[in-house]
Design a protein around this ligand. Structure first.
Ligand code: AHM
Ligand code: MG
Length: 335
């Protein structure tokens, strides 16, 4: 009994039955929007697979055999998402990492959801063929609103759904609509996302830490002290293993499945951190909490932050409950 994300052909989708179980007054619009998003993921996954081949053609004169101009994968992914989300008729506001301004959808195509997204995250890994991904978060417009920027300048706790698709050895879509986290794997032959990781739950403590320690000379004392504590633990404890891919989607995916901690702190060089609040930190914090973990800036729950700018950044520590509680303790104790 294969469960697909949309359970095509059946009256209730897996996502929709989630909503019904929650007793929501769902009209099916969110399901249709998520269906549009999963189509974009399939499309982007296909392009990621072909990227190197297309680039080879592009090298000959920067146009492909059809005479079309080559687009960089991140720009192409952005276009795919913007076009598909607008065409779905279910969106009112779109915010993309690739676009400086938010897109307010014209009235004829307007729906009641806002989607914030990073179409292709992990830019430094794209050309090396290392895992990359799409991250997204969804808000419902506020009652009475026609869809303005105010509808997305809201705490992450008000998102109605969040997820990511990781493009790796397989394409994995991980999604929460607020009642736990489920993971789906794209069966390329069927063209369907199949439920392969039902009810993802982060182990309460892990053995892996995931930080870009190349920034260590800029780290503030609580972070330095925390990292020292897991690398040089008092006997008989063993030190943690280091794993850092440099694609948030991949590093968070591993953290959700294996446990441990992922961190991208602000530091003396990047005063506000590197990761973007709206379409990187919020969706990942939403998924982490839904999987039983914690996501903090070190001093504040990430999902409680009220954004003031669509592209603002924030410090991020997320993962296993006990590991993140340790970080919070260091922030309280180390000046
Ligand atoms: P991007 O949006 O330019 O791809 O940057 C975001 C990425 C995240 O995926 C990852 O966690 C982080 O940047 C890695 O940064 P660094 O290369 O500084 O370690
Ligand atoms: Mg990004």
């Amino acid at each position: 009994d294969l469960i697909t994300l949309t359970r095509s052909g059946l009256p209730a989708s897996h996502v929709l039955s989630d909503q019904l179980r929650l007793g929501s007054t769902a009209t099916g619009d969110l399901t249709l929007l998520l269906t549009a998003i999963q189509v974009t993921s399939k499309f982007i996954a296909t392009n990621v697979r072909k990227a190197r081949l297309i680039n080879l053609v592009g090298l000959a004169g920067e146009t492909n055999v059809q005479g079309e101009e080559q687009k960089k994968l991140d720009v192409l992914s952005n276009d795919i998402m913007v076009n598909a989300l607008r065409a779905s008729g279910k969106t009112a506001v779109l915010v993309s990492e690739e676009l400086e301004d938010a897109i307010i959808i014209e009235e004829e195509k307007r729906g009641k959801y806002c989607v914030v997204f990073d179409p292709l995250d992990g830019s430094s890994n794209i050309d090396a063929g290392v895992n990359i991904g799409t991250i997204f978060g969804i808000y419902k417009i506020q009652p009475g609103s026609k869809g303005t920027i105010e509808d997305v300048l809201r705490p992450g706790s008000e998102m109605v759904a969040a997820g990511y698709t990781m493009y790796g050895s397989s394409a994995n879509l991980v999604l929460s609509t607020g009642s736990g986290v489920n993971g789906y794997t794209l069966d390329a032959a069927l063209g369907e996302f199949i439920l392969t990781h039902p009810n993802i739950t982060i182990p309460p403590r892990g053995k892996i830490y995931s930080f870009n320690e190349g920034n260590a000379m800029y780290f503030y004392p609580p972070v330095t002290a925390y990292l020292k504590s897991i690398k040089y633990p008092a006997s008989p404890k063993s030190p943690y293993s280091a794993r850092y891919i440099g694609s948030m989607v991949a590093d968070v995916h591993r953290t959700l499945l294996y446990g441990g901690i992922f961190g991208y702190p602000n530091d003396k060089k990047s005063k506000h951190g590197k990761l973007r609040l709206l379409y990187e930190a919020f969706p990942m914090a939403f998924l982490t909490e839904q999987a039983g973990g914690i996501a903090t800036t070190g001093t504040k729950r990430i999902l409680d932050i009220v954004p003031t700018d669509i592209h603002e950044r924030c410090s991020v520590f997320l993962g296993s409950r006990d590991d993140v509680l340790d970080v919070i303790k260091f922030f309280k104790e180390v000046p």
